[in-house]
Design a binder for this molecule. Sequence first.
Ligand code: SF4
Ligand code: SF4
Length: 378
Amino acid sequence: MSFLSATFHLTHNCNLRCSYCYTGEKLPLAMTYETINESIRFVLSELDRLGLHKVDITFFGGEPLIEKQKIFYIISKFNEIANLEVSYRMSTNGVLITNDLMSKLYENKVYLSLSIDGHPDVHDRHRLDAGGNPTALRVEKAAQIMLNYNPATNVTCVVSPDTANQLAESVDYIYELGFRYITTTLDYSAEWNEGHFKEIEKSYKKLAKWYIGKMESNERFYLSFFDERIRSRTLKPLQASERCQMGISQFSISPNGELYPCIQFVKTDSLPEFMIGHVRTGFDAACQQHIHRKSEKEKPECAGCQMESRCSKWCSCINYMSTGSIEKASPIVCYNEKILIEIVDKTADILWKKRNNHFVHKHYNNDYHIISHFEITL
Ligand code: SF4
Ligand code: SF4
């Protein structure tokens, strides 16, 4: 382990009411300055205990910008520590972004990820505000402000069963807004049926053409659905030590200071079975190990599957969201991976056979991501 990853859930409040939100009831319960100070002390003591000098701090919610003063307070406290390398990230729904706020976040080197599900018709199906109003146009405005400061801003795009048929158009819309880093994920808590998977398969096929077109035009971008799976074939699948190390090298701090192994377990109602300690008293090592062991357990339902090393069935929070257990592979993941890996592999084969220079460079040159990041931000 070379660095620690700590997520500060600053509030249980949010200005949106996304239909697929897993964080529970939206209440004005924020992390107090007392808990913040205890949390910072805890993170520093963990770094000390592990002999590490590098930490990733993520601001999360609810919507973290509701507590924006606390973000800058935490940054100022970490920045006071000598010989500590800290990087800051934040996930936001974008509605509270203004030019002044963005300028301050940029000055403090906070790397942002904005949630956009696709073009306004798709986005507003699931991402309404607390008053039931659409948010797409406000988020579009925020997107332009964010991209002006950092063209490498990430977008997280959630695909729901009823938007699966518009995935390719949604990705293209996000791309046309100017984003070059697009992280796509399914709503794993939703009810997916065969009809929805047929629709998503058609969308993946359209997206494959889109991907090939962009590669042939030599465009620099990252699309997680495709690039992660090409990576797991051309390089090698992520080793257990490279994965999230649930509850060991990464943890989440709830607004009242409880420690959890992952963001997905921080909800307005505590989940005692996944609590691995408290910032005041430290980790409960027995709970931490128990959850970690459970998450690493072999999945008998996957025995003999040829995709096992490339599939994301190891992600405990997805498994929990989808099956209610961190030990069972999600059937949604299973269905999706089988469809997607086949399409992605065919896409990669086409580009390989054409000896597409950009493809070879992107997937076989270890320095590509650094070079491409510079090219996107220039
Ligand atoms: S913006 Fe995030 S926290 Fe707020 S309701 Fe939507 S998914 Fe939940
Ligand atoms: S979840 Fe499905 S695709 Fe993934 S490894 Fe298990 S059986 Fe294979």
